[in-house]
Write a protein that binds this ligand. Sequence first.
Ligand code: PEP
Ligand code: MG
Length: 582
Amino acid sequence: MDEPKKNTLKGVAAAPGISICNAYLYTKEIESVQDDFVSDVEEAKNNLRDALEKSKKELSKIFSLAVDKLGENRAAIFEAQMMILDDPVLIKNICLRIEKEKKLPEYIVDDEITKYQDLLKASHEPYMKERSHDIEDIKNRIIRNLKKKKWQSKIKDEVIVVTESITPADTVVFSRSNIKGYVTNFGGLTSHAAIVARSLNIPAVVGVHDAINKIEDNDIVIIDGFHGDVIVNPDEEQLAFYNEKIEKLQKYDSELLKIKDEPAVTLDGHKIELQGNLDLLDEIEYIIQSGAKGIGLVRTEQIFQEIDGFPDEEQQFAVYEDISEKIYPNVATIRAFDIGGDKVLPFDVKEPNPFLGWRGIRFLLDNLQLFKTQLRAMLKASSHKNISIMIPMVSSIKEVRRLKAVIDECKEELKKENIKFDKSIKVGIMIEVPSAAFMVKEYAEEVDFISVGTNDLIQYLLAVDRTNDIVSDQYQEFHPSVIRTLKYIFDECKKSKTKVSLCGEMAADILAIPLLIGLGLTSISSSPSALPYIKKVIRGIKYKEVKRIAEKCLKYKTEEEISEELRKFLQTHLIAETETIL
Ligand code: PEP
Ligand code: MG
């Protein structure tokens, strides 16, 4: 299909897959509140107590469902929500105000919790903004129970849910039904809706502006989670096109299953190391099942995101040891906390340009106690010799020397404490900042391995904020300057015999795979759901050929020429099924 038709809405492709189904408009009734007086203060306070109790019961039901469906780690978020219901300061405040102002409890609950939400919304951090949605959920829950309305705890089967935004509680309730896809007005790739949809393996397109006004209940909807397209009431041609795609995908999926245990090797015998990125602990099973050779990136700041404050050494050690044992004999590359930028900082700091600010290693070196706690936990978990340490956002050699000194200090401490660890543990850095890319030779001399973080490298190289949808079309992974920089990095690492890998989202784009391999990359780490597709592509190409394509692409001056070349290549050189996901 060339030109998108008028009934096609565009959003962010958040979880892969294609579904055709009736729309179910999940409009969460926002409970209205009246600024009215109560006649009996004691009765109002009793009402409040009952509503809090009821809300707690609902949440604990969601919590146990969440443990089942999503695992303990992700379920912890509901425990945090339940704690809000038990917050003595909040409850006392609400009761005092009911006594003093003699207003309806729902009015005061709304006012008190909204104040808290406003604080979160004012934050620059997308993560904090997302949390304000979760609080909305609790507020609505209490008010609904104050009004003695019923909880909608199950929804229709076999529908595509269209909604403004999805809270974690919604997703868990939905997971009890057979939902075929999600379309949301709000949310980006890092939203809960996206992360949970990926974990539950349900196609999702998020950030479709105004979706709930453009789609009506029972409309037939096609959702294409590969491209971020939502087609409303498709015509015959569109239906035929997507039905054929679904059929091809089903065949493709069974093909993928067949190569699960086969190596990631090109037709002419060029071996590629294929690893998975770990954002949620439960994804580890998927990484193992997909036949990946270890973990190229553990985003520790994501793994511990539900914990309030920083996890202590023991908490971290338990998680890292568990990862090490599960992935053994393969390696897990554990990245030190990459906080700052779009990831929440633990302190109340406001920065004018967080992406250019106190982020990654800059933050860690300024918070040595916290950094050392993490390093000690990683070292203690390294006794099986399958853990590597990776450091994000490096932008000077001095930082690398300092961080190595801190690691040595931790090793000395552990030696004195008679604690076992891998004495020759590998230490690597991420190349995400252009200045580091152009001095990669010097960095390579300092460390054991390099991992290219294209998500950040592209944003810094092209001066395009990776989270800003106004300029998202300028965020181009095939911009000529990006691929020339990658070529430079791979060549320099090869010359200095330093292992180089790539763990940005570019690795999950099958269009990029022939190019990256042709440019000389031999190790790839991607989000687990993309791993089977990547392996399929690798096994369908010849190194000799992709090298030639890469050379051609290096000469182009525009992004369009490069992506067109790659599209053509994949269409003509790979089995027809690949077209489905292109
Ligand atoms: C990257 O920048 O490419 C990367 C993998 O790190 P993150 O997406 O966590 O910033
Ligand atoms: Mg990064």
